[in-house]
Design a binder for this molecule. Sequence first.
Ligand SMILES: Cc1ncc(COP(=O)(O)O)c(C=O)c1O
Length: 333
Amino acid sequence: MGNKKNKSAFISDALDQRKREHRFRSLSDIEVDSSSVKIIFEEKEYINFSSNDYLGLRSHPDLIKRSNEFASKYGVGSGASRLVTGNFSIHTDLENKLAKIFDGEAAILFNSGFQANTSILPAVADRNSLILADKKIHNSLIQGSLLSRATLKRFDHNNYDDLEQCLIDAEKGSYNRISIVSETVFSMDGDRNDIDRLIELSNKYDALLYSDDAHALGVLGSHGLGLNYGKEGIDISLGTFGKSFGSFGAFALCSQEMKDYLINFASGFIYSTALPPNVIGAIDAGLDLIPTLDKERDQLLNNVSYLRNQIQQLGLETAGSDSQIIPVVTERK
Ligand SMILES: Cc1ncc(COP(=O)(O)O)c(C=O)c1O
C-alpha cells in the first residue's frame, strides 16, 4: 500500500495549476427570463453583451409557439438515431427547406455545431490526409481535425500566401486528400475570412473547402443567410442554430453525394439520437423569420459599429473585429 499512487492526484494537481495561473473555470448561475438582453447576477441587473443570441430569437413568440406545437404533436424526444427510427418526416422536411432557402443541393442536420465539426472532419479526412486550418479556428474544428488523425497544419491567420505555400508543399507529399478549414466570422476576434480567395485556392489545388459560417448566419450576408451564401465551390458550409437562430443544433450544406457519404460515415450523425421535435419546431420558425429581419440586422450592425467606435475611443484594442463579435483585448501573448 505504501507506494500506491493516488489515482486522482492528477485532478487536484491540474485544478491547482489552473488556479495559480488564474485560468480556473467555474459556472456562474444567472437569473433569466424571456429577455434576451438583461440578465440578473447576484441580484444585480446587467445588459448581456456576451450571448450569441444576436437577434433575440431565443424568446421570440413564433419560435416558442412552433416549438410547443411540434412537442404536442410529435413528443419531446425523437427516440433514436435517424438511421434507426428517429428519422421523422419533420427532420427531412427541415433539411429540404434549408437546402431550398440556402440554394444548396442538400442539407444535413447535426445535433450541435461542436458535434458537426467533430463528426464531419473525421469522416472526410483520415490518417493519410492533410488538413490545413487557419490558426484561429474554433476548438470544435481543431478537435475534429485531431480525431480524423490527419496531418494537421495551421496556416497563419487569414494569411493566404502562407496557405498557398502549404498547398504547394503538400504537392510533394503523398496525401490522399487535402482539406482547407476556416470560419467566415472568427468566433474570438470577430474578423472575417476571404471566402472568395479560399474558394480560388481550393479549386486551384483541388482541396476540399470546409467553411464554418456559425457566427455570420442570421447577421451577415444577403437577408442574413451568412457569408457562405451564394458562393460556389464550398464543399461543406457549416451553420448552427444555437446562435442567431436562438435555438440549438446545426446543419451542413453540401452536395447530395456528400450528404449520402456523411449519413454513412459521420459517426456523430449515425450514433446519436436525432434532434427532438420541439427543437426542430423552433428552428423551422427561425428559418421563416430570419430572412425577414433586414431592419433588425441594420439596427444591430449600427449598434455594433457605435459600440466598437466607443470602445476604441477609450484606447482599447478590438483586434480585427468586423462583425457583431467585438473582443476587448487586454493582454496579447
Ligand atoms: C465557429 C464555431 N463553430 C462551431 C461552434 C459550436 O457550435 P454549437 O454551440 O452549436 O455547438 C461554435 C461555438 O461557439 C463556433 O464559434
